[in-house]
Design a protein around this ligand. Structure first.
Ligand code: MEV
Length: 309
């Protein structure tokens, strides 16, 4: 996404580390070649949020309690930016799917905050943009790690670990990674899968802590492997991460099927990305990403080539 086209929030893929990152482990994420652009303008008739591709055209009513996550999030942003009394129209162009595991909600929050910043000359720093977007994520799913809003803000590959302050270590990727993104066609709110993992963790903490530690070790190995651009090794780490995510029961029949198809058609690694239980998968395809895309499409999944990093 080009900054010149409007205020940008980046979508993301998590290469290694989803879910474990909520529990203080490391994760590696990178911007997806899809995201959200937003523009704000003054309006005469109240504040409006328009996202044509997500079928959203909603108005903030004064004194109304809003139930939808999008309006609640917008309301929070306006309040935090002290713009609640200024009628504004916010138009959004989203190329990232909603509830698709690719960081759509964080990308939206970042794009809207940046659009308001540009229109109202607020002079926000990236760190402030990221902090406001984190609060939107908290509203949307209770206990986010902060990785989605961080990638949505900075738009670069990074190693992340939550904390006060979080670890945000930019990663050097020599060349873009030849990936395929496959969409399961099943929308799934991250809030739900994160809550499910939480319940399971509460039932059996030691088993889950062990899984999170395994994922953490994979992410740490991933840093060196990524910086050396060793795609075979990276693929193996992604596959090992998928096994752990299956053990956490956040994969799904569709995701498992897509991952099988990708591996059978030349991917050296494939896994779900994001919250899982639907949403998206990623496949690392050094030789012929087009072959994997075609195979997924033949099985009626939406798939696209994506240069990551
Ligand atoms: C969602 O993109 C990634 C999760 O680890 C949740 C989070 O980190 O907030 C599932």
């Amino acid at each position: 996404m080009k900054e010149a086209e409007g205020a940008v929030g980046y979508g993301k893929v998590i290469l290694i580390g989803e879910h474990a990152v909520v529990y203080g482990r490391h994760a590696i994420a990178a911007p997806a070649p899809m995201g959200v652009r937003a523009r704000a303008e003054d309006s005469k008739d109240g504040t409006e949020l328009i996202i044509p591709r997500w079928g959203v055209e909603q108005r903030l009513g004064p004194g109304t309690k809003h139930s939808g996550a999008l309006l609640q999030s917008l309301e929070l942003i306006l309040k935090r930016l002290e713009l609640a009394d200024r009628p504004l129209r916010i138009r959004v162009d989203a190329s990232v799917p909603r509830a698709g595991g690719l960081g759509g909600s964080a990308a939206l929050a970042v794009a809207v905050i940046r659009a308001l910043d540009a229109h109202c000359a607020l002079g926000l720093t990236d760190r402030e943009v990221c902090a406001h977007a984190y609060e939107c994520e908290r509203l949307a799913h209770g206990m986010p790690s902060g990785i989605d809003n961080t990638v949505a803000t900075y738009g670069r590959p990074l190693l992340y670990r939550r904390g006060e302050p979080p670890l945000i270590e930019p990663l050097h990727v020599a060349k873009p990674l030849p990936m395929v993104i496959g969409l399961s066609g099943v929308e799934r709110l991250t809030a739900r899968t994160v809550a499910r993992v939480r319940e399971a963790w509460q039932r059996d903490k030691s088993r889950h802590e062990r899984i999170f530690d395994e994922i953490d070790a994979l992410a740490m190995q991933g840093v060196a492997v990524l910086e050396a651009w060793d795609l075979q090794q990276l693929g193996q780490l992604m596959n090992a991460c998928q096994c752990q995510l299956q053990a956490l029961r956040v994969s799904s029949c569709e995701l498992d099927e897509m991952i099988e198809i990708a591996r059978a058609n030349g991917a050296v690694g494939a896994k779900l990305t994001g919250g899982g239980d639907g949403g998206a998968m990623i496949a690392l395809c050094p030789d012929d990403p087009g072959n994997v895309v075609r195979a997924l499409q033949q099985a009626n999944y939406q798939a696209m080539e994506a240069s990551i990093g």
